[in-house]
Design a binder for this molecule. Structure first.
Ligand code: 6GU
Length: 224
C-alpha cells in the first residue's frame, strides 16, 4: 500500500502546482504515494464557514478554531496514522525525520495560521509538531509541501535512480561538489580539466576536495 497523505489547510490551491509538477507529481501519478488536499472550511458549520476567531486574552491576529479541525481529523484519521502540525515552534525537520515519516502508512498534515491554533487541537488531535526552519511563514501550507517533498525522496521508486539519494548533501554530512555538463567550453568558461580526463580516481579526489572546501566556507558547523 502506498503512503497516504491528507493535508488540511485554509489555502488548498497553494499546493496545486506543487503536487502536479516534477518528481513529486510523477511519484503521485505512478502511485508511490497519494496526496489529498482538503479545505478546512469544508468542516466549518456556520453560514460564513468560519474557521478562525479572535484570541482569548487579547492580542493580534486570528486563531484556528477547534471545531472544524477536530471534525476534519476525526473524519480523516485511521488507526495508527500520524497527525502532524506544521509550526515554527515544532521539532526541526531533519533527514532522519523525513526518512521515518516516509515509512508511515498514513500521514495527516495540519497547516494553521502563523498566529496560531487553539491549544486544545495540539493537546488532543496532534501527534507531532514540525518546523522547517528558524523563520516564520504566513501559514504552514508551504511547510507541509516542504516536508512532503523531503519525505517523498525516501519512498523507494520516487527517485528513479536510487544512487541519487546517497550521493547528495546531508547523507554524507558534506555539501555537494560542483556539477558541469556540455559544452566543455561556454563563452570562454571551461569545465575543470579533471572531469574530462576519464580518470575516475582523480575525479573522486577532486570532488571530495571541493566538498570539503565548500563545507568549510558555507557550513563549518557540519564538520564537527
Ligand atoms: Cl511549519 N509554519 C510556519 N507558519 N512558519 C514556519 C514553519 C512552519 N517552519 C518554519 N517557519
Amino acid at each position: 500500500m502506498p503512503l497516504a497523505i491528507d493535508v488540511l489547510t485554509l489555502f488548498p490551491r497553494m499546493l496545486d502546482g506543487f503536487l502536479a509538477e516534477s518528481i513529486l507529481g510523477k511519484g503521485i501519478a505512478a502511485g508511490y504515494l497519494g496526496v489529498k488536499v482538503h479545505d478546512l472550511r469544508a468542516w466549518a458549520t456556520d453560514k460564513h464557514r468560519t474557521a478562525d476567531d479572535r484570541p482569548f486574552g487579547g492580542g493580534a491576529g486570528m486563531v484556528l478554531k477547534p471545531e472544524p479541525v477536530f471534525a476534519a481529523i476525526e473524519q480523516l484519521q485511521t488507526p495508527g496514522c500520524r497527525r502532524i502540525y506544521l509550526t515554527p515552534d515544532g521539532l526541526p525537520l531533519s533527514p532522519a525525520m523525513a526518512q521515518s515519516l516516509a515509512r508511515e502508512r498514513h500521514l495527516i498534515f495540519l497547516s494553521g495560521h502563523y498566529e496560531g491554533i487553539d491549544q486544545r487541537i495540539r493537546d488532543h488531535v496532534i501527534d507531532q509538531e514540525v518546523s522547517i526552519g528558524d523563520y516564520v511563514l504566513t501559514n504552514g501550507t508551504l511547510a507541509a509541501a516542504v516536508v512532503i517533498d523531503a519525505l517523498a525522496r525516501f519512498i523507494p521508486g520516487v527517485l528513479g535512480e536510487e544512487k541519487s539519494l546517497t550521493h547528495e548533501s546531508f547523507s554524507s554530512k558534506l555539501l555537494d561538489f560542483p556539477q558541469y555538463t556540455r559544452p566543455a567550453e561556454f563563452r570562454g568558461m571551461s569545465v575543470p580539466e579533471v572531469l574530462l580526463s576519464g580518470n575516475h580516481a582523480e575525479i573522486e579526489k577532486w570532488r571530495a576536495a571541493r566538498q570539503m572546501e565548500k563545507t568549510r566556507q558555507v557550513r563549518p558547523d557540519l564538520l564537527n
